[in-house]
Design a protein around this ligand. Sequence first.
Ligand SMILES: [Zn+2]
Length: 85
Amino acid sequence: MPLPSAHEIEACPTCDSKTGFYIRSRVSGLVQINYSFDGSGSDNQDMYTQLNHNDQKFAYCQQCDSKIGRWDEKAKSIVPTRVRF
Ligand SMILES: [Zn+2]
């Protein structure tokens, strides 16, 4: 069987579910939440810009939680981790 390319993952290789996957990303840092003096929120556009994102993002199956592969943010695709050469 030929190895699937990154764009050919349509189902979980473990449980065959096609429900989808989720990405886990470890973030750390401080969040700044801006308020006006009357207690209402104000501009929080930059709220998350100071968080440090862990570069390693893995895709997990929504059904069985098994790791499917590494999420390639630029390519918007999953790179399989179980590729054997
Ligand atoms: Zn699965």
